[in-house]
Design a protein around this ligand. Structure first.
Ligand code: ZN
Length: 152
């Protein structure tokens, strides 16, 4: 999942569910949602910032301090949630490099099947990216338009 998707999906949820969304809240949420991918600078893509070990104290701090810190933590949590469905999340990194995720595949139209499977493996080694962001760019535009409507 690319940074545009990571920022757009929780932003749309925030804009839809918040009674009074603010630009500061939306910014904190979006920054938190892309923050874990700074792991791309480490040896493994999903490593330190994709672990629950740094995330849970930040979430507790956010619960104590409230917005915008809580929204940053919720954005971070949304990143881990979304990554769980697109690979593995190493919940105890660096104590353990093993990660878990949920793979859902749909085949068809002939012999239509939906298959869900827990996957368990180590995070991928760091590599250079080549992202096709056409779909996520459209999603980001939708999030920006929604923000303009909801924040005015
Ligand atoms: Zn990630």
């Amino acid at each position: 999942m690319d940074p545009l998707e990571h920022a757009s999906i929780p932003s749309l949820v925030y804009l839809a569910l918040s009674g009074e969304p603010t630009l500061a809240g939306l910014t904190a949420l979006a920054l938190g949602a892309v923050f874990p991918d700074l792991d791309a600078l480490a040896e493994e893509h999903r490593s330190y910032l994709h672990s629950l070990l740094p995330f849970l104290p930040i979430l507790l701090l956010g619960l104590h301090l409230g917005s915008p810190f809580l929204l940053f933590a919720l954005g971070w949590g949304s990143h881990l949630f979304l990554d769980f469905f697109t690979g593995v999340v190493p919940v105890a990194y660096p104590l353990s490099r093993r990660g878990w995720g949920l793979s859902i595949t749909v085949t068809g139209p002939g012999n239509f099947r939906i298959r869900a499977e827990i996957i368990e493996r180590y995070p991928d080694e760091r590599h250079d990216y080549r992202l096709e962001i056409g779909g996520s760019f459209a999603l980001a535009l939708l999030a920006i338009l929604t923000a303009i409507i909801r924040l005015h």
